[in-house]
Design a protein around this ligand. Structure first.
Ligand code: GLY
Length: 349
């Protein structure tokens, strides 16, 4: 079980977390961005004296077997033992890949996640999913294994660009929809385009608590953890569609786009309130703009959804809602309904 700490004093919390993890050596995994922007924030902490940094390429393109092999090699050459500790300092790519490297090196060493992007704070760094991309498929190889600690320090968001902030916020919107009307209302009243970081820190804490509750109930995604897939069936198809056109969109943008047609399906099939769907559509269109799909793209998008690894027996699996927090997993839809939902996405309210 991992401990999630909402940071007030990063030095004190990290020092205590390190002390709690029996270790001989410390390795800090960074990417080419976080070694410059985030490592300087912690590198002079006395508890990190003598720590070895390992740096890999930034962004999802570096989430590869080559990168992980490089990490294992650095651990080996740096004298890591079964009692060494790894600290993953970065976004979701670093916490996923670093978590996998740590979980497999000498059959597993302890690791601590310090997520530095909003997306990794509210999603990737919590819940024990680790892994890498392989054979052209995202997160194809990996294991479930919790970090000992996740330390969430919104100070790091000060250097995060606007698009990545919006991207992370989409997962928070999702957490709002699967939790309570109060949490949802607070999220859509917040201006993520001009964020007050103190308020955001409190909302991040609430958001992560939603994920923690779900993961605690179903750590290996046999049932209710599928609630976290809201917006992702359509969202992953949009993400792959954009990638194939060499116009990639950030993951959270794709999720935000995916929430629109999936809420349309929820209104049609599980009585989700129309007015909440309208609020969501208005907020998403204002913050994330639009993805320029046409009806000629529907067959490809449906083919992408059909091959999503969340499905069983090739039947497209949706997580829908009967209301805010009223989660309906394992829903299906007819082709005509999916096409209608995509029409709605294109044409709006
Ligand atoms: N990102 C969804 C999950 O952790 O299950």
């Amino acid at each position: 079980m991992q401990r999630v700490i909402i940071s007030k004093d990063l030095q004190a919390e990290l020092t205590a977390a390190i002390a709690d993890c029996e270790h001989d050596r410390i390795f800090v995994l960074t990417d080419t961005t976080t070694i410059e922007k985030c490592w300087p924030v912690i590198k002079d902490f006395p508890s990190l004296e003598g720590a070895t940094t390992i740096t890999i390429g930034a962004t999802d393109v570096a989430k590869t077997l080559d990168s992980i092999s490089h990490v294992w090699e650095c651990l080996q050459k740096g004298g890591a033992t079964r009692h060494s500790l790894m600290i993953n300092l970065g976004g979701g790519m670093i916490t996923d890949l670093g978590g996998f490297a740590a979980s497999t090196f000498k059959r597993g060493i302890n690791f601590i996640n310090i997520p530095t992007t909003l997306l990794s704070m509210v999603d990737a760094s919590v819940g024990g999913k680790t892994g890498i991309n392989f054979g052209g498929l995202k997160n194809e190889i990996g294991v479930f294994n919790d970090s000992k600690y996740v330390i969430l320090c919104t100070e790091f968001l000060k250097t995060l660009d606007d698009a990545n902030l919006r991207s992370g916020y989409a997962e928070m919107l999702k957490h709002g929809l699967i939790s309570t009307p109060q949490h949802w209302q607070e999220l859509i009243a917040f201006d993520i385009t001009n964020p007050d970081l103190a308020v955001l820190q409190r909302m991040v804490a609430d958001s992560v608590a939603v994920k923690e509750r779900v993961v605690e109930e179903d750590p290996h995604e046999h049932g209710i953890r599928k609630a976290l897939n809201l917006g992702h069936t359509m969202g992953h198809a949009f993400e792959s569609w954009a990638m194939r056109r060499n116009k990639p969109v950030l993951h959270g943008y794709a999720v935000a786009y995916g929430i629109i047609p999936e809420l349309y399906l929820a209104v049609k099939k599980t009585n989700f309130p129309v007015e909440v769907m309208r609020q969501a559509v208005t907020y998403i269109k204002e913050v994330y703009g639009m993805l320029p799909i046409t009806c000629d793209d529907y067959p490809e998008l449906i083919e992408l959804m059909t091959h999503d690894k969340k499905n069983t027996a090739g039947i497209i699996n949706f997580t829908l809602l009967g209301g805010i927090g009223d989660i309906r997993i394992n829903q299906t839809a007819a082709m005509k309904e999916i096409e209608e939902a995509m029409d709605f996405f294109r044409e709006g309210l």
